[in-house]
Design a protein around this ligand. Sequence first.
Ligand SMILES: [Zn+2]
Length: 261
Amino acid sequence: MAEQIQTSLISCHRFSNLSGIDGLVHGVFTRHGGVSQPPYATLNVAWNNGDRPEAVQENLRRVKQSVGMGMLVSTCQVHGDIIRLVDSEAISRAKVRDPVLIMQSGDALVSSLRGVGLLIKTADCQAVFLVDPMKGVIANIHCGWRGSVADLPAKVVSLLKDRFGCNPKDLYAAISPSLGPCCAEFRNFQKELPRSFLPFQSRPLHFDFWRITRSQLTNAGVPPVNIETAERCTVCETDRFFSYRREGNTGRNAAVIGWAE
Ligand SMILES: [Zn+2]
């Protein structure tokens, strides 16, 4: 029997490996439960893709309320490898755009603050959550293929080690619904992707970026058993998630992680 999708309700994908961590809140929101009109229907959380600002604001309010965070922090994502530390000093300098705070541009957010939700926006790119329950540190990474080429997940693990004294063995990781090996066709892979990605071809011209991220994290010391992949392809599931590859001009899904206050 086909699963019924209640398009009026806000809903999100949650990971079992993160669900047991005390005080942690997380979710990758579907496209449902917002107020935006097509082609952004309905829970679009990006300001810069042509949607009405009033609709985006209301969608973000719903996301913020759903996760129960006093503060929601985002960044201008640019497919680079800059990591932004979200501490009280950075928050004081962030741009206020109710109901979110916007950090300087970057593609990863790291924080140890309570009550602060880290928001990454995606349409086919991965949001990668990292959690160190021992040190109380979290990260939310925007990782498209350029992030994968830049080894961004491993760079964030390095920063967690250097800045917070995290042991990679204590880290838990989760890879959001995103472009799957079924749909990740790279016709120009010889120009765009390094040779080290060749073993991750699922069939000619197709690459498994879920396994690439998993491999980058395990190479950085994260135990394989601590890494969970949603294994949901956003291109295949456009009834639930926004997909840039499938739809072109469309909305962005919200991926949020934070420590409850
Ligand atoms: Zn697919």
